[in-house]
Design a protein around this ligand. Structure first.
Ligand SMILES: [Zn+2]
Length: 415
């Protein structure tokens, strides 16, 4: 089977999608916006031209389905998300859809028969930029826990999901189809950009993602005493911000000591009363730790909690630890991972098995049916930025890996 990706076609499609953007720096394509609707229309057009049936599910996920009516087997799904963050780039999400479409263009262009139907999915609202919940489109598809008040959640302009769906004309079917894909698929593979530096650093072309890392978030508050910043001598103070400052340095120290195994971040600090002439009475943060190793993460988290308490004792500050949440890591399917490795070895492609340090739709699908991801290097590890860039040669290789993997998954009829 000699199927070579058409680089020009891939480039054109990525460029076209990046031009479908709201005004602003970089690519801005929030779910349900005019540019999102234009992107959906553009993808529909391609899917139809490849001979696929198209459907937009009630949430706004676009699905292109091959038309073999004689195939009773469960379909295999491929694809990624079509929405972007504010001031995003041309590759995050869009590349995965374009790679999936390129596979279909090649299979259909060469009249290759299938053993299973293939569905190309363009997920809605993966970035969470509208409602603050990541992967809402894929969550809707498999029926994740947000069902109850989902229709009433509001976006940053106070528009409810219900209103968006009324505009889309799908509100009436919304509840009935919640979780429609939970048992639908035989497997799912998501191509995506890496969004990190490792593949480039290691000089690899393809990343085979074996898991999405665990994430923990812990609210840590130091309690001191708010007082006059001028009249309170230094030795009479209980300054909550000093506890926080020491804690932040410890979090960084711990993260650096375990480089490549964990990342630890204090991304926000709320001081109260947050006035230049008042000693802060409280300093609050949410410490975030991510790791592929769930046990290591728990150990580091406990250690940092102990350190916070120790700092509190040293500085005579109260320490409150609350909202201690862990989302465990999610493994991808071993069988698909082995197939992806086999393909890379056979094709002499430089690959590395990596973790995903960010959430993706494939993570949401993984508990429901065998799922996996393939990644291509991001230049300088940059993403969520107009400077996002991946090489066309790497994207073409990802297409090759995906199509060969579909072959080994017995989706394509052996020629
Ligand atoms: Zn993405």
């Amino acid at each position: 089977m000699k199927l070579n990706a058409n680089r020009e076609r891939i480039k054109d499609r990525i460029n076209m999608l990046s031009s479908l953007s709201e005004r602003g720096i970089g690519v801005n394509r929030p779910t349900y916006s005019d540019s999102w609707k234009r992107a959906i229309a553009y993808l529909k057009e391609i899917m139809i031209s490849i001979g696929m049936n198209v459907k937009l599910d009630p949430f706004g996920n676009l699905i292109g389905e091959t038309q073999e009516t004689n195939l009773k087997r469960k379909p295999v799904a491929i694809g990624s998300h079509i929405d972007t963050v504010t001031n995003g780039g041309a590759y995050d999400g869009a590349m995965g859809i374009v790679v999936a479409l390129e596979c279909m263009s090649l299979l259909r262009g060469n009249s290759i028969d299938l053993e299973r139907p293939i569905h190309v999915i363009a997920f809605a609202e993966e970035e969470g930029s509208l409602f603050g919940i990541g992967c809402l489109g894929s969550r809707y598809m498999v029926g994740n826990k947000w069902k109850k008040d989902l229709l009433n959640i509001v976006d940053r302009n106070s528009i409810t999901l219900k209103e968006h769906l009324l505009n889309l004309g799908t509100k009436d079917e919304f509840e009935g189809q919640f979780g429609w894909a939970a048992k639908k698929y035989h497997a799912f593979i998501e191509p995506h950009i890496e969004q990190g530096p490792y593949l480039e650093k290691w000089d690899k072309t393809i990343g085979i993602v074996n898991k999405v890392v665990a994430i923990s978030r812990t609210k840590v508050t130091f309690h001191g005493k708010a007082n006059h910043a001028g009249t309170t001598p230094m030795n009479y103070r209980k300054d909550a911000s000093i506890g926080m400052a020491r804690f932040i340095l410890k979090v960084e120290e711990k993260g650096k000591a375990l480089e490549d195994k964990i990342v630890a971040t204090v991304g926000e600090v709320i001081l109260k009363p947050n006035l230049h002439n008042v000693i802060p009475g409280t300093a609050q943060t949410v410490m975030e730790i991510r790791s592929a190793d769930d046990d290591l993460l728990s150990e580091v988290k406990q250690n940092l909690k102990d350190i916070a308490l120790h700092i509190g004792r040293e500085l005579d500050l109260g320490v409150e630890i609350s909202k201690d949440l862990i989302v465990p890591s999610q493994n991808f399917d071993n069988n698909i991972l082995e197939i992806l490795k086999k393909v890379c070895k056979k094709e002499d492609i430089k690959y590395a098995v990596i973790q995903s340090w960010a959430g993706h739709d494939a993570k949401i699908f993984a508990p429901f049916f065998p799922s996996a991801m393939i990644m291509v290097p991001s230049k300088d590890g940059i993403s969520h930025s107009p400077n996002e860039f991946s090489k066309i040669d790497d994207i073409a290789l990802a297409t090759k890996v995906l199509i060969r993997s579909l072959d080994l998954l017995n989706v394509i009829r052996a020629s």
